[in-house]
Each structure stands twice: as C-alpha cells, then as structure tokens.
Design a binder for this molecule. Sequence first.
Ligand code: CA
Length: 692
Amino acid sequence: MSGQSCGRWLGLIGGAVESRLAGIRAGLGVGSRTVAVVTGTEFGSIPPLKESDGALRAGCMAGQAVRRELTAFVRGLHIPRTLHPDTGPMKITGTAQAAAKTGKGTAFRRRRSVVTVLPAVLVLFVLLPAATGCVGVQGDSQDRKKRPNVLMVMTDDQWLESMRVLSKTRKLLGDEGVTFDRFYPSSPLCCTSRSTYLSGQFAHNNGVRHNSVPQGGYDKLNEKKTLPVWMQKAGYATSHIGKYPNGYGKKDPEHVPPGWDEWRGSVDPTTYKMWGYQLNENGKLHTYGKSDEEDPELYQTDVYRDKGVDFIKRKAEGDKPFFLSLAFLAPHGELLKNKDGKPRKSRKKGNAGKKASTDANPESKQSARPVVGPAPRPAPRHKGKFAKEELPENPAYNESDMRDKPRFLQKRPNLDRETTEEITESYRGRLESLLAVDEAVEKLMSTLKSTGQLDNTYVVFTSDNGFFFGEHRVPTGKFLPHGASGQVPLVLRGPGIEAGKHSKELTSNVDLAATISDIGGADPDLALDGRSLLPYGRDPRKSSDRPVLQEIAEGARRTPVAARGHGKPPAGGPPDDDVSAGRAAGAGDLDMDGPASPALGPQGKKKRKAPRGQEYSAAYEAIRAGHYLYIRYSAGGRELYDLETDPHELTSRHNDPGYKKVRTFLDQRLDKLQGCVGGECREEIPEVPEPG
Ligand SMILES: [Ca+2]
C-alpha cells in the first residue's frame, strides 16, 4: 500500500468518518467504543491491508488500536462482492446482517443486536452516500437535522497580532475552542487564498494563481467544483455574504455562483467600500449608502452581520443544517475616490501609507489602477479608539541587518520617520475597523445561542492573508510568506472540539474545505489537497509531520525553478520572464496594496528600475516543516529560517554551512510539494535533520 493510499484510507477514518460516526453513534445510542469502517470508492484499498502496511506505521493518522481492530476485522471478513460498494448500496442494518452471514465477522457471529454486542467492539459498514448513491443512515431528515451547522467568518488582510483587540472573539471562540497557532494561507493574497478556501486545492491545482487575469481572478476558478456546491448536495442550506474571490461581479454583476441557496456577494470593485458597496442579493443588485456619507446604519460590517443573523434565525427553524460563509472587508483598505466620486487611479509613485497601491509604470495604459487607501473607515462608533496606539515592538520592524535577505529586500530603504508615521496610521485604522468584526462575532454567537443552535454549530474564524507593517522593511502589503503576511488566525469551536486549547500542528487554509466537507459529510468532486482539521481540534495535542506549502504567482511547476544555489532557471523550467509575468498579473488589481506585492511592470523588461519605495518581490514557493521556513524565489533568492531560535525571521540560514543539510532536505521536499496533487500534498515527511 503506497503512502498515498495510506493517507486516503486513514484520512477517511480520521476525517470524514469521525463526524459521521458521531451521528451514527448518537442515533444507535452506542458509546464511543463503537468503531466503523467506512467504505466507498476507497473500498478497494482496504483488503490488501497488512500489519506491515504503511497504514499501520506510527506516522499514520488513526489510533493504533482502531487500526488493528479494523485490519483484523476486514481481513477476517473476506468481504464478499455483494458488499462491495460497486455492486450495490446497503444500509447499516443490512450490512450488519450481511456481515453476520459471512460467519467471519466475529462481532456478529452470534447475531447479537447492535446494542447487545457492546461493550465489545462493533464494526459497522457504512457507505459514503455520494460515492455509491446509497443514503444509509444519512438519508432521513431526522438525521439531517442532527448534522452540525457551519459558520465561517473570514476577514481580509488580518494579521495574527491583531487578535489581541478581538477580545469577544477570543472569549467566545478561543476560550470555547481550539486556536491553531501555526496556520498559514497557502498563497498570501486575497483571490488565491479564497480560491483555495473554496476549492480545497492549492493554486497550482485550482489554477487561480493571482488576483487578476491572466493568472488569476474569479473567472479562473471552476465555480462548479467548490465547497458550497458540495455542501448543498450534502443537504445543507447554504449562504455567502460579502467578499468573494477578486473580480467577482466585474463581468456580470448579476451572476449568482453555484452552490449558494442564498447569495449576497459583494460586487467588485464596490467590495472595497465601507459605504456605497453593492451586493448581488440572489441575482438582484442593491447598493448600500453612498461612499462619502457615513450612515451608521449602513456600515458594511454591521450590514453583513445583520444579514448573517437573519439567515441563522430563519434556518434554525428549518429541517436542514446550514453553512453560512461570511466574508468581511475589514481590516482591508478601502477604494479611494476622486472628487468626482469615481475610483481614484494611481498616477504617482508610491510609498507606504496613503499612496500605497500605486503602479510601477505610470505611462502604461494599465497604470490606471484604482487606489486602495491605508485603512478602511471604522464604524462611526469606533472612530479614534486606537488613535494613540503604538506599533507593536517587533525586532523585524525596519530590520537593521538585511544582509541575509534576497536582493529585492536588501535594496529596501530604511523606514524613515514619515514612513513610520504612515504605517502607524494604517495600523491604527485597521485595528479600529476590526472592532465591528468583533462585535459581529458576538452577535452571531448570541444568535446561535438564542436559536438553540450553538451546541450544534462549528464556527471557524480566519483571514485570507496577513499584512506587513514594516517588518523586514516592507512598509505595507502582503504576498510574501514571512509571518507578517504569511500567517493568519484560525480559531475553531464546535461539537467535540476541546475548549480553550491551542494546537501547534502545522495547518493551512488548504485544509478548510476538507474540514468543512468533513463536518457536513459532503463529497467533494475534486481531489482535495488538504485534510480535515477536526481530529486536531478534538485532540489539540495530536501532531503529524505533514509540511505546509506556500506558493504564489506561478505554481503548477513540476520541475524546480532553479538548480540549487543558482539563480538561473534550469533548462525546461519556466521562462525567464516569469517574474515580470507575475507582475503583469497584478494589472488592474485592487488588492495589491503594497510594495511587497509584485506591481505591474512592462513585460519582458525585467531591469526596469522600480520607483522609490516600491521594490518588486517575485514569485516563490516555500515550505514549512518542523520549525523551519524555507523560501525559494523564481528569480533565484533563497531564505531559510529556524523559527525556533529566530521567530522574527532576522537571520536567514540559507548560506550557513551549519544548515546545509537542513536546506538540502527542505529543497528536495519542496521540489515534490510544489507540484503535488491530492494525497501527495498530505503526505507526511521524515523529520527535518538537525543543523550542524
Ligand atoms: Ca486579503
């Protein structure tokens, strides 16, 4: 059995099965010693299981005792063809009888009833409904009602440190659930990150590699193969409110993406307005307020909150469980306007702060790019709440020694006083905008409680990507994998999730679709690159050796970009102008606020000098494994951080002879991971060698 099928098999046991099992156990009134084997399309991989198989090695996911039981039972059973999922559906009871008829299923030999065999281990066969067309115990509405709801709350550009001001969220979700301390967006950029949330795939598999055309944008996403479609098919009442992957609504504002029973998506570019935003509400367009009139009743975060509350109240009474996806703009900057009320286009060279989202090539046609401001307006009631807040003390701020950094970062100027003031203003405004989000979470939670849904709802709180506030001399923006931009909050609470605990497991937003599908018993029709986080929420001490991939702009390369230690791409590798292509992909994008993002540059003219304060970064792929972060840029730069001794990424070890083994190891692993598909992306790897 290969590592991959091991992953699939155990993924089923540890993941999708667990939540379904809970429902089955409850329905049968049996205890947690009951074990189930779930079959489906994976069924064929079960019979060859042997003690020596990869399935039983220590690194695998399911509990050893469970695996032994399952293996012994499955082998002893000699499963007849009639029980094979390809030859016909069956229900639990039928399965138990059929198993008993074989005379080899020890648990059933004496034809005991399901209840009387307890506390002996009972093995049930349950077919995955979507894999076989069999509905089994999932089919009746009574069970459906028992399935848990999902509330997903996503902020925009929320950096991890900001969680300190979300006291209600920390109390209601963190104290009651599990906080994932090492959660990383696979591509720290709005559209790519959100597309990964919806597809459960890395950018190199879902094809959305940037915020806008030609490499990204909403139109690149295969909307028919997304989480809401799977959840809807699984019997969920689904709704999305707010921001969707960048570019949604640009071509056709009246388009309603599939999978959503109730659609309230914000239409680009108005998504980036706290007042004057337009929602497509089930096909009809509504504009809320005017950009320059700060009507307290129409503040974006509050309106989304109220729409979410209304949805929960209505669905609490229905017989379907619900999946509500709520995506706030805060704390992302707003679209700036000219005096004539139209979006302001960039003309000037940028620096940190107000002129942040400027264009590198003012002469080109595409330089007419709308400008995003330094911070969104807070709700009127929160104005000035952080007026005196200082930037957090962070040794990475305006990093003093940049000699370890790749060239494009080395060239960054010291952050002068003026820039620091701009960054501080942006920081304060963004924090203030988060207060309404915190209140929204409180209101949503109280609604879950008052409608009796709280105990049966999983709540996920996260962001699409982080944000720079001067770390490594990057004044603003995201895109890079460093912690400031490449790490975000993730809090999960819900049935069976431990309260007030932290998980140190390496996790990624590629896991979100797998987790939510797992909760809903949905059947994704894509090979998911991630895995369910539920086992890590139920047991926060649980750990694995699965690495996390971060990639941006190119992806989908099956060959390494550059030979180790050399700047030039290898023959057969990507074209030389990959980096400029990455930059070009930023054309017309609203979300690229910051010089860390690759700004628009004329294609093919790589050596064009960036304006003052706006350096180019580049496409990259990075791997996080153990306590290391290793980054490989298309242009040739490398970074390697030992986050245990250097949590602020101050000293890259990529050229340190003491870390040669570490680097070589991570480089090879990254070669494999950067083009991984499905189960390959979830494989665990050996421990990273010690330096020295
Ligand atoms: Ca974002």
